[in-house]
Design a protein around this ligand. Structure first.
Ligand code: SF4
Ligand code: ZN
Length: 720
């Protein structure tokens, strides 16, 4: 170990020196007041902020990082009291290295084409729900280059199949794993669970300062709470590091830094092995030269639980293939959209009418007919002794995901508006229409076994059959929508809780009502009800409303008691209909933020995808930085998109009429729903009275715009 200790000490000093000289060069050039930081985060330089509590905004402030890193490397006390005694101080030195690497990246780094570089807060938020519901099981930080392209593909496919996102970093002799994957025509991108961060080793810091922000975003930790922050990443961020083909002193020293976060290291190189240490769950560093075993070894070392679906279909299957597109160049056949008539429909039947596992194709299969498009009807019949008809739409909605998760198959839309594509590659591997039935049958049993006993699938490809069955389905869709319209908070006596996000935000609990869905947008009241019936001891629990203590705010005694207990006694009351008085807390993965604009007696709603600034002078990311971690923040709430057009949307404060600003894309996407709700309220042309970034970029412009449009909020009482 003494050999390593020497290397680590020298490398740490070298990097601190490099950061210091780089900083003084930049100061000479731009002056001490010049800004430093990354785009897309509310957490300054995230490592310096979370571990040292430094809010570094300019080059002058950056000097603090160097001073503190130096103390840390020498084992002397630093301002936030950060001390890591493990491995004879080597972990401290590693941490000091990470801190200056982050600064170096902020000072010097230019993002290369084809690489993401710094990972913005919004990406982290969007991954939140996927991590809690298991669609993402873990994160692999892969440094270097595999021994050849086919090995690279097999490692990455192995991770994809296990729902693990790969972050690619670094190079070896100018080549890196991204190049290898491109050579093999692997589709990259977050949707495919493969994200190239950068070509040099310094980019590994982007994986680190991404992971550490989970503690700030979901865990509710504040800057400088290093102890909690590190414990959080150790226990709750399922990441690990894979070092391929190269192990130099910078990688070793950085690796020791990363061990502080609890992420073990697996390499195909010879290296001194390191068993379990205080910060890791199992071994800290192991060599694995057998590439066939590498993926399994990583999963085992990080203690990641994997849910895999092995289906009898000829292509790979899993959430990592959900976002993959099938382009025209590799298209074998498509269905729906403007190319043909197509639909999908799921209906429940009496037990004796359904033949479980039966998959029937009526009409020609792919490959039998010429042309690039065919009609398609996907007709799913389910049966169960205790099936609730209300669950039909929930099961039907899964068809989208189930089909999409097959490699080489793309699915969009729902009901009579589907668009499905099958790639030439999938066809060549033997994928045929019956496989839709096979996978729908298998997955419905797997995910919904508790409420579904039998599943039968019929696929129609003759135009007249598709049209005939579509007609019956359309009648059912209309009836279903009518039933859903009737589902109001008043008409039910039970709400549901959702505690899924507690694995990231331990004090957060969502209350889901028929008229207010979960803030991630992924769970409606019916979803929660179905989830409860499937897993009665799971994250969704029914709560009898009981006595209403405040109708306007939307408070019930039982709901408050429940929240108090499940929030670990941090929250004692929650108003379902107010953003000002005891509003619902946020975990961090909200689709939108509703924020008060007192000057306009209104609110703005900003969605996660909006990258620009708002009239408050802040971006979504900056706003989101102060909402989350399971804390109530009066004046700010995280909400699911669909809540905007709900009758209960901040009804305690006056409801929809309070919305004065929204990004244009969100407004356009929500327009039909907002207009319908506005009409019910007697508001005319309401959408056009809501300002957006094209009509009001600043608060002054907003107030001016509202005046010219006679926005109803101006006539409402002040909000504070
Ligand atoms: Fe998390 Fe709430 Fe969504 Fe449940 S409903 S997954 S707790 S955000
Ligand atoms: Zn959440």
């Amino acid at each position: 170990m003494s050999e390593i200790a020497k290397i680590v000490s020298e490398t740490t000093q070298k990097l601190i020196g490099l950061a210091e000289s780089s900083l003084s060069d930049v100061i000479k050039k731009n002056g001490e007041g010049a800004k430093v930081g990354f785009e897309g985060t509310a957490f300054y330089l995230p490592l310096a902020y979370s571990l040292l509590g430094l809010e570094v905004k300019d080059l002058k402030g950056a000097k603090d990082i160097i001073a503190q890193a130096r103390l840390l490397a020498e084992g002397k006390p630093v301002s936030a009291g950060l001390v890591i005694p493990y491995l004879d101080g080597l972990l401290s030195k590693g941490l000091a290295t990470l801190l200056v690497e982050e600064l170096l990246a902020a000072l010097l780094h230019a993002t290369q084409d084809g690489y993401l570089g710094f990972v913005p807060d919004t990406v982290l938020r969007s991954l939140g729900v996927q991590l809690v519901d298991g669609r993402i099981a873990g994160i692999a930080v892969i440094i270097g280059c595999a021994k050849d392209s086919s090995t690279a593909v097999s490692i990455i496919r192995g991770f994809q199949e296990k729902n693990i996102v790969s972050l690619l970093v670094g190079n070896q002799g100018q080549r890196n794993i991204r190049d290898q994957l491109i050579e093999e025509n692997v589709e990259l991108g977050l949707d495919n669970y493969i994200v190239p961060l950068g070509q040099d080793e310094l980019s590994s810091i982007y994986a680190v300062n991404f992971a550490i922000r989970a503690a700030l975003t979901f865990g509710g930790y504040k800057g400088g709470q290093w102890n909690g922050v590190l414990k959080y990443t150790q226990e709750r961020v399922p990441a690990f590091v894979v070092v391929l083909g190269k192990l130099d002193e910078v990688i070793v020293t950085t690796g020791l830094g990363v061990l502080n976060l609890g992420f073990p290291i697996i390499t195909d190189m010879d290296a001194p092995q390191l068993g379990k240490i205080e910060t890791t769950k199992y071994e800290a560093l192991v060599t694995e030269k057998d590439y066939d075993k590498l993926v399994a070894r990583c999963i085992e070392m990080r203690g990641i639980k994997i849910k895999v679906s092995h289906l009898p279909i000829p292509v790979l299957y899993g959430p990592a293939f959900e976002g993959e597109r099938v382009r025209r160049e590799n298209l074998k056949i498509e269905f729906g959209s403007k190319y043909s008539c197509a639909f999908e429909y799921l209906v429940s039947r009496p037990m004796e009418m359904v033949d479980d596992g039966k998959v029937e194709l009526i009409g020609q299969d792919i490959g039998e007919a010429g042309g690039k498009a065919m009609p398609l009807g996907i007709y799913v019949e389910v049966a169960s002794r205790n099936f609730n008809k209300d669950f039909e739409p929930i099961l039907e909605r899964q068809i989208h995901r189930y089909i999409n998760e097959a490699q080489g198959v793309m699915h969009m839309g729902q009901r009579e508006m589907i668009w499905v594509r099958i790639s030439q590659e999938a066809f060549d591997k033997g994928f045929r229409l019956k496989h839709f039935g096979v996978l729908i049958h298998a997955m419905l049993h797997k995910d919904f076994g508790a409420i579904v006993d039998k599943v039968q699938v019929t696929l129609f490809t003759k135009e007249e059959d598709v049209k005939k069955h579509l007609k019956g389905a359309m009648d059912a869709f209309v009836a279903r929508d009518e039933r859903l319209k009737d589902l109001t908070d008043e008409k039910v006596n039970t709400f549901y809780s959702c505690a899924l996000c507690q694995s990231f935000a331990p004090n957060h609990i969502c209350i889901i009502t028929p008229e207010r869905l979960g803030l991630c947008g992924a769970y409606s009241w019916l979803d929660a009800k179905a989830a409860y019936e499937i897993t009665p001891t799971g994250g969704n629990q029914p709560i009898k409303k009981g006595e209403c203590t405040d109708e306007v705010l939307g408070q019930w005694k039982n709901i408050n008691d429940f929240i108090h207990e499940k929030s670990n006694k941090t929250i004692s009351e929650v108003s379902m209909y107010s953003m000002l008085v005891s509003p619902q807390s946020s975990c961090g993965c909200f689709e939108c933020i509703v924020a008060l604009i007192p000057e306009a007696a209104g609110v703005m709603v900003v969605n996660r995808d909006y990258a620009g600034t708002t009239p408050l002078g802040m971006t979504f990311t900056q706003l989101a930085g102060s909402v989350g971690g399971g804390v109530q923040t009066p004046g700010f709430i995280g909400v699911g998109k669909l809540y905007i057009s709900s009758k209960k949307f901040i009804s305690a404060e006056g409801g929809l009429a309070r919305i004065v600003w929204m990004p244009k894309d969100l407004k356009d996407a929500m327009r039909p729903r907002i207009e319908a709700r506005a009409k019910a309220l007697g508001l005319e042309d309401f959408c056009d009275k809501i300002a957006d970034e094209t009509t009001a970029a600043t608060l002054e412009e907003l107030l001016e715009f509202l005046k010219t449009k006679s926005h109803p909020a101006l006539g409402m009482p002040a909000l504070i």
